[in-house]
Write a protein that binds this ligand. Structure first.
Ligand SMILES: [Fe+2]
Ligand SMILES: [Fe+2]
Length: 257
């Protein structure tokens, strides 16, 4: 199974949205034949109606099944009321052939930091218990600090409890965004993965705009980072989630590609 993990598109009529980069990214994305396109929030910059309309139009260019959770920017200016109108439910459990995916809204209106809360923790537990399929959890904010992304400010308020549920239940894969840099780290039997920004001009140093390709086969997860501007791919992580072994190229070399 292949998941394209996209984040932080930031549709906007100001300086955030890089239309050319978006168009280039979509061409690359449509070639990789992913089963699911998971978008971990920040589809807009200010949560404005015209940004939601733009995002809806732009997402039509992507071929495939889109699964979307909101980010902190999507909740600004009453955008939290628009998100369900445009993209459907914000918290859900979806079943696919090989995985059960729990998507969660980690944002609060007009706040940059995130929080899941007890209701969403219950949803995580429900997804874990639902069947024997591999559980994947996806939300916008990060659950532990992400390097190369500046001073830590916006981690979810209940990160301790969230991490505890995820690690104790050996959830193999957690997908996040928000920090505009790609990253992955394994803790115990869990791989925590951040996608960089797909098409926002606010990139960091030479990381550029990126998305992640996640290949899941039997007991193995492999993650590749696509540098959109350079049209180049680099393997980031190979993780055997049964054995817990993890080869992480992030620590072996510079991720800039
Ligand atoms: Fe963002
Ligand atoms: Fe964000």
């Amino acid at each position: 199974m292949r998941i394209a993990h996209i984040s932080d598109i930031h549709c906007n009529y100001g300086t955030d949205f890089n239309t050319k980069m978006y168009d280039k990214a979509v061409k690359q994305l449509n070639k990789i034949d992913a089963d699911i396109m998971f978008i971990s929030g920040d589809l807009t910059t200010d949560g404005l109606l015209q940004e939601y309309e733009l995002a809806k139009e732009k997402l039509k260019e992507i071929d495939g099944k889109l699964v979307i959770v909101p980010g902190n920017h999507d909740e600004r200016n009453l955008g939290w009321k628009l998100f369900p109108e445009f993209f459907g439910e914000t918290d859900f459990i979806k079943d696919y052939d090989e995985i059960t995916l729990a998507g969660l809204a980690s944002s609060e209106p007009d706040k940059d930091n995130g929080r899941l809360g007890r209701g969403r923790h219950k949803l995580i537990e429900q997804a874990i218990k639902k069947n024997d399929k591999m559980t994947v959890i996806g939300f916008h904010h990060h659950v532990i600090p992400v390097p190369n992304s500046g001073r830590e400010t916006n981690i979810i308020d209940d990160s301790g409890e969230t991490l505890d549920i995820i690690l104790k239940n050996k959830v193999p894969l957690v997908l996040m965004g928000h920090r505009h840099v790609p990253w992955a780290v394994k803790i115990h039997k869990t791989l925590l993965v951040n996608a960089g920004t797909f098409s926002c001009n606010r990139t960091r140093a030479h990381f550029g705009n990126t998305f992640n390709i996640i290949d899941i086969e039997d007991d193995e997860i492999e993650i590749t980072v696509v540098n959109i501007g350079k049209d180049k791919q680099k393997k980031m992580v190979k993780f055997d989630f049964e054995e817990g072994e993890c080869e992480n190229k992030y620590y072996d070399s510079n991720l800039e590609i």
